[in-house]
Write a protein that binds this ligand. Sequence first.
Ligand code: MN
Length: 438
Amino acid sequence: MSTIYLGTSQMTEKSWVASANDPGTDFPLQNLPFGVFRHGDRDRIGVAIGDRILDLDGCAQSGLLSALHEETLAACSANRLNSLMALGAAAWSAVRRQLTALLSAEQAGSETKNRVEPLLVSMRDASMQLPAAIGDYTDFYASIHHATRVGKLFRPDNPLLPNYKYVPIGYHGRASSIVVSGTEIRRPCGQIKPEGAEPVFAPSHRLDYELEVGIFVGPANSLGEPIPIAEAEQHIFGLCLVNDWSARDIQSWEYQPLGPFLAKDFATTISPWIVPLEALAPYRVPAFKRPEGDPAPLAYLRSPAANRDGIDLTLEVYLQSAKMQQAGAAPVMLSRGNLRDLYWSIAQLIAHHASNGCNLQAGDLLATGTISGPGAGSEGCLLEMQHNPQPIQLPGGESRMFLEDGDQVTFRAFASREGLPRIGFGECSGTVIGAAHA
Ligand code: MN
């Protein structure tokens, strides 16, 4: 298996980078997420440590990664993560072991520390880029709570379609409009059909977010060769946050019979740091327990590791309007959910996607679909809150049904457990700006 459980000493080990030991940091020594940053005029691969980024090309050039294989070393010096993703779990683990050794508190006062320190860049001085050249993007619908709540809006008596408990439902999205956190999101225009009237072409006035987790694909499978579910996680490089921005008024008019199209593909935001599955190993939990009476998954979706296919990852949505920002009001939390509530595990999504022989490639992005929990306060998008009698109230007297221009939506995520450092995902954030032909 790709995932290695660390010994207790490694799970609590400190770094000589002081900010990495702050209990509130997303990026302790045990996380080491991969990303691509621009500093000066060059894009480089880095890993996050506290409030710094360690420059991997710099480490490679300085001979600090000489224990790695030549091709791994070359992949660390690239300007996107695709080559490293393609190498597989053994290579990723080797890089992490090297970096852990370089950044460990045991190096305090050493010559190694003196060589590594100049290769740390402050996050404030770097701009994060897309981590990979994303060839293909697929979005699933893996939360039964989301599917049920949304289904209820359209079919109160029969919210869940009959295929849901058998098929991990998904659609092919668009890779070209995936942007990194911080990119402004222009309100899309499209065909909208008012109730009882002819359709018009106009700016969407029901703009929504969708809280999702992204899965970056590692090693490819060959065209025609499925990925057995027992091997599915070996094809996962790591996880990030995804906002699948959605124009509900465009969506409700265009989606039949072929599914999402222009209501979704105008922009998708991802967080810049990819958290390796290895870093999430201590937070694995059993897969979603199907209620009594639900069908068992078909054999190709039945995991031998179902007792740890889930991930206990808390996910949060925050909103700050332009008015709140001007008044200095902090973002408000709109909802909180957990990745473990998904009906379909990440291994099942990979195995299903490749089950027909479709070839996944290094750097492809799969997203889970909106992650919602069973209760109020865990809705992963605004659409699910439409049944509330009151619109969302914001500090300063504003209210929201859907997003307004100037609204900033930020997702955060973290895994935590007593006695272990918290593993965070950083931010997935975007601000809505006015439509092009308002
Ligand atoms: Mn979605």
